[in-house]
Design a protein around this ligand. Structure first.
Ligand code: ZN
Length: 180
């Protein structure tokens, strides 16, 4: 089995939502790490790369008992373990945090409800860094899974919520650092 390790860098092109007053599951995908700094959780990143892989490489993915290439690589519910390992990504440099407050307007009464006010914490002008490791058995190596995986990572353009407001645009770079 061949082990490949990558360094991944995700640079923010627009502010990224790290937390918000809303109890929405998508909003909670960005969290604050134990040292109080924002992180992009490994599970969030893996989920995005996994769906990119299915989309880009036209995998015949099924919800149950699936053995498609994506499930071989990323693991599946029927006890297939993952061959890819992501780290939580941490900001590499100084970052700028701001609070955005948004109002929800009642469509029928056209009134602004104070209790619908919520604030979102965003982070900008930074690069999140971490490592990804992938273990390839010879059969997957022959199917160009390494190159396909790299494409799925590079395909990330957005992270988090607020897409309609232009938030969460990112630029992704990965670099192979070899087996360590
Ligand atoms: Zn599958």
């Amino acid at each position: 089995m061949k082990k490949i390790t990558y360094k991944i860098e995700i640079s923010l092109k627009s502010p990224l939502i790290v937390s918000s007053g809303e109890t929405n599951s998508i909003m909670r995908s960005m969290i604050i790490g134990i040292d109080g700094k924002p992180i992009i959780p490994a599970t969030t990143l893996k989920g995005i790369v996994r769906s990119n892989y299915i989309y880009l490489h036209h995998c015949q993915h099924k919800i149950f008992k699936c053995n498609c290439e994506t499930c071989m690589l990323f693991g599946s519910q029927n006890n297939r373990s993952s061959l890819v390992f992501f780290e939580d990504l941490k900001p590499s440099e100084e970052y700028y945090v701001s609070i955005r407050t948004q109002t929800a307007i009642d469509r029928y009464r056209r009134a602004v409800h104070l209790n619908n006010l919520f604030s979102q914490k965003t982070i900008e002008n930074t690069t999140f860094c971490g490592e990804i490791s992938i273990y390839l058995p010879p059969d997957l190596e022959k199917q160009n899974v390494k190159e396909k995986f790299e494409q799925a990572v590079k395909f990330i353009e957005m992270i988090g919520s607020g897409k309609s407001r232009g938030l969460g645009h990112v630029k992704v770079c990965i670099e192979e650092v070899g087996d360590r």
